[in-house]
Unconditional design. Structure first.
Length: 444
């Protein structure tokens, strides 16, 4: 078995005095010694190379896992004023940082302070950072930085089950007691009803659910008795529901009101979503890819004037075919929305559409279509307040709009003109053609 590729990082910094430049070189050297592949201009640029092109390409290169933003007073000044190469890099990074509060690709690293206060440009001011501003801070925080870059962050302790004494008390006191007199917290009492709700969303009755959950000790009688359901609850059961039904574990445990989860951010990593499509397709677990937007979107109303339209978002829903025991049912993976009116997201989405078309040509099993939710429902799904299985319904998957209208090699046939060359550029940069070729050909 081949070893996983080492994490690859790019150092974004402002050239400064010899002492600062030496600290940057030291960082690059020590990172490489710690198993991290560093792209560093002092090593990777040759005489005659275009420095501006190099910086812009590295910031956007999908093979770069993390960008370490090395912050001193010079960097912050140039970033906020959008000056020089640092200013150019800031223009590329800032939209991604602002659009995604959960992004981790751009990591601030303090190389200086202002009277003990962190030096941070405006676009990174609310982000957690690593402090290497002094030798003492370097020694204190080095292991945390290296572990983070290797994906080895701090681990939560394992989640236990409901304590036996509470389950026993629930069995004794649930019957005939008011909600104010229960020994079990209200959140625990929500668990049975929420498990039933998730099962219902996916079109399964209690008998089918009992058969699916039989490996965990469930029977039809157990599912019909809240106290018995609580007694059988385990981390394995919660993980099963999360994996099979794509539902928030906090919702299942009565700790959260939002049932939805997001499988990923398609507009942050086009290749990751396409890799998922290939894997599911080859395993015969993918029924369709749906591109969903709100009913009032410009995407489904080509007559609407671009400048008059509000910002519309498109989310990608993978429709999965599940076979558990003797039962087959459909569930969905929701991939985070991106703005259609934001040029990068629109081009990335069209690259995904083109990829789906290539997959379909190789193995004509993939259904690609557009769909809409009402504005209210779309917002609720986007914010995870509503699980997508609640709203798709039996007849929802109709073709409300046609995603492939937006990806035609013949520019005059496409609804949005003049972008196909950019789409093909993203397609090539993301290696999607090679990825599409990994789809198993159709069986004869």
């Amino acid at each position: 078995m081949s070893e996983a590729a080492p994490p690859r990082v790019f150092l974004s910094y402002a050239w400064g005095d010899p002492m600062h430049n030496e600290r940057v070189r030291r960082l690059a050297t020590e990172l490489r010694a710690s198993g991290i592949d560093v792209v560093f201009d002092r090593w990777d640029l040759q005489l005659g190379h275009d420095t501006q092109f190099f910086m812009e390409r590295m910031i956007s290169d999908p093979s770069i896992d993390r960008v370490l933003v090395l912050l001193n007073s010079t960097y912050v000044e140039k970033a906020d004023a959008r000056k020089g190469g640092v200013g150019t890099e800031t223009l590329i990074m800032a939209p991604d940082v602002y659009a995604n509060p959960e992004q981790v690709r751009f990591l601030p690293v303090l190389f200086g302070t202002n009277g003990g206060r962190p030096l941070l440009p405006v676009f990174l001011r609310s982000r957690l950072y690593v402090d290497l501003s002094t030798d003492e801070r370097w020694a204190e925080n080095w292991d945390e930085l290296v572990a983070n870059l290797h994906g080895l962050g701090p681990q939560k302790p394992p989640l236990g089950t409901v304590p036996l004494r509470i389950l026993e008390a629930a069995g004794r006191r649930l019957k005939g007691k008011s909600s104010s007199d229960r020994a079990v917290p209200a959140s625990s009492l929500l668990i049975p009803s929420r498990l039933h709700q998730v099962i219902k969303w996916h079109g399964l009755d209690l008998l089918q659910a009992a058969q699916l959950l039989a490996p965990f000790g469930f029977t039809l009688a157990a599912l019909s008795q809240p106290e018995r359901t609580l007694e059988l609850l385990s981390e394995e059961v919660v993980a099963f529901f999360y994996d099979s039904f794509q539902v928030n574990r906090g919702y299942l445990l009565g700790e959260d009101e939002s049932p939805g989860v997001m499988a990923g951010f398609w507009y942050k990593d086009v290749r990751r979503l396409c890799r998922r499509i290939v894997d599911l397709h080859n395993a015969d677990e993918l029924e369709a890819v749906r591109f969903v937007t709100a009913q009032g979107s410009r995407v489904v109303d080509p007559k609407a004037k671009y400048r008059e339209a509000l910002e519309e978002d498109v989310t990608v829903v993978l429709v999965l075919k599940r076979v558990l025991g003797a039962h087959e049912f459909v569930t969905c993976e929701v991939w985070e929305t991106g703005a259609w009116t934001y040029e990068k997201c629109r081009v990335d989405l069209k690259a995904i559409l083109l990829f789906c078309e290539q997959v379909h040509e190789r193995r004509a099993l993939l259904q690609v279509a557009g769909g809409t939710f009402t504005d209210k429902v779309f917002q609720a799904v986007r914010e995870r307040r509503t699980h997508v299985a609640e709203v798709v319904g039996e007849g929802w998957w109709g073709r409300d709009w046609h995603p492939t209208d937006y990806v035609s090699p013949h520019d005059h046939l496409a609804r949005d003109r003049g972008e196909m060359s950019r789409v093909l550029e993203v397609y090539a940069q993301s290696g999607l053609e090679a990825l599409a070729s990994q789809v198993n050909p159709r069986h004869l």
